[in-house]
Design a protein around this ligand. Structure first.
Ligand SMILES: NC(=O)c1ccc[n+]([C@@H]2O[C@H](COP(=O)([O-])OP(=O)(O)OC[C@H]3O[C@@H](n4cnc5c(N)ncnc54)[C@H](OP(=O)(O)O)[C@@H]3O)[C@@H](O)[C@H]2O)c1
Length: 321
């Protein structure tokens, strides 16, 4: 398969690149950086470098400025939006000029699409109308992340006008060693403090990075599938449950919640949008299509991650020494 990948240098993209290259795919990776040559990979800085006659079987769209990297100033929010809509628009322009548009576009989104719904279980069909007008729950309030996902998905869906099969990847919090959210979440544990955010009652819909890669490969292969897919493990946990599962991998001497007001001071608007509230999301569409998660439980996922990434608990070890 010949695949165009945006965001191929990121946390998910690097793992996906390895898997796709190992399975014999040829990749064109859109990246702003300069990269060493690699067999099977061609890096482009602009999609204009792709000729109209080039054959492409699929495009995978993962590019976007990180939501968690910085405080959401007005300027950074514009960058978060523009990086996603900008790259997605460039993909649409490419599909319009390709002699043969790709069969599929797999475009990233996030479970932030659903907004906040307390303990309700959310599947892909929970919000069949626009999430911004949904009355599913009185707790539903369109915030920045929800508007971002909604606009980003609407843009990606426009690829269907070129005959492209569009799958929307509604990603949960992706966990693995060596990057992503887990490094930040495990920080206090590495210094002996088991912590959770706010009440700890909020839901965390997480997924192991290897299951994300496998789900993307599954959706690439299955040309009968399209639409939104929650890429979250079948067993979401609360913040406190997550802290308990993480504790099994660290020697801790204190358990404490970080009070919500402290989080608001520390990270601003992001606290209420991403950290103090969550979504209880189930991967209904993927499982109905026959996809099986390698890591359905948080205990199994963390055990595998900690076995592979000893550095995650390095401070705990030195603390104990
Ligand atoms: N990781 C998660 O837990 C998670 C959860 C939900 C949704 N997602 C979504 O899934 C996608 C991939 O996630 P990830 O964790 O792999 O992201 P990541 O590690 O932050 O990588 C994203 C990639 O996007 C490109 N990028 C960054 N800023 C950009 C900008 N201003 N303009 C254009 N491109 C830019 C970068 O590629 P170059 O530097 O090579 O250009 C980067 O490698 C993201 O869109 C993210 O929102 C991720």
């Amino acid at each position: 398969m010949r695949i165009l990948l945006t965001g191929g240098t990121g946390f998910i993209g690097t793992a996906l690149t390895e898997a796709l290259l190992s399975s014999g795919c040829e990749l064109i990776i859109l990246s702003r950086g300069v990269h060493a040559k690699r067999i099977g990979c061609r890096f482009v800085r602009s999609l204009d470098e792709i000729a109209a006659t080039e054959p492409l079987d699929a495009a995978i769209n993962l590019a976007g400025a990180s939501l968690a990297a910085r405080r959401w100033s007005a300027g950074y929010k514009r960058e978060i939006v523009a990086s996603r809509t900008g790259v997605t628009r460039q993909l649409l322009e490419l599909f319009a000029r390709l002699e043969r548009p790709p069969e599929a576009l797999l475009s990233a989104s996030a479970i932030g699409y659903y907004g906040h719904h307390g303990d309700e279980c959310l599947t892909e069909t929970s919000l069949l109308t626009s999430p911004l007008t949904s009355t599913l729950s009185p707790q539903a309030k369109p915030g920045f992340a929800q508007r971002l996902c909604s606009d980003w998905e609407a843009l990606a869906l426009q690829a269907s006008q070129y005959g492209v099969r569009v799958c929307l990847l509604r990603l949960g919090v992706v966990l693995d060693g060596g990057g992503g959210a887990l490094l930040e979440m495990a920080k206090s544990f590495r210094f002996g403090v088991a912590s959770w955010l706010g009440s700890g009652e909020q839901w965390l819909s997480w997924v192991h990075r290897q299951d994300v890669v496998r789900a993307i490969q599954f959706l690439l292969q299955r040309d009968d599938l399209q639409g939104p897919f929650n890429i979250t493990s079948p067993e979401p946990v609360t913040g406190r449950d997550f802290a308990q599962a993480l504790q099994a991998h660290h020697r801790t001497f204190l358990r404490a919640g970080v009070p919500a007001p402290v989080m608001r001071v520390l990270v601003g608007e992001m606290a209420d949008e991403l950290l103090l509230a969550g979504q209880r999301v189930l991967p209904h569409a993927l499982e109905s299509a026959g996809f099986a998660f390698t890591y359905p439980t948080i205990q199994g996922a963390l055990a595998a991650i900690y076995a592979d990434h000893v550095a995650l608990r390095i401070h705990s070890s030195s603390h104990q020494a």
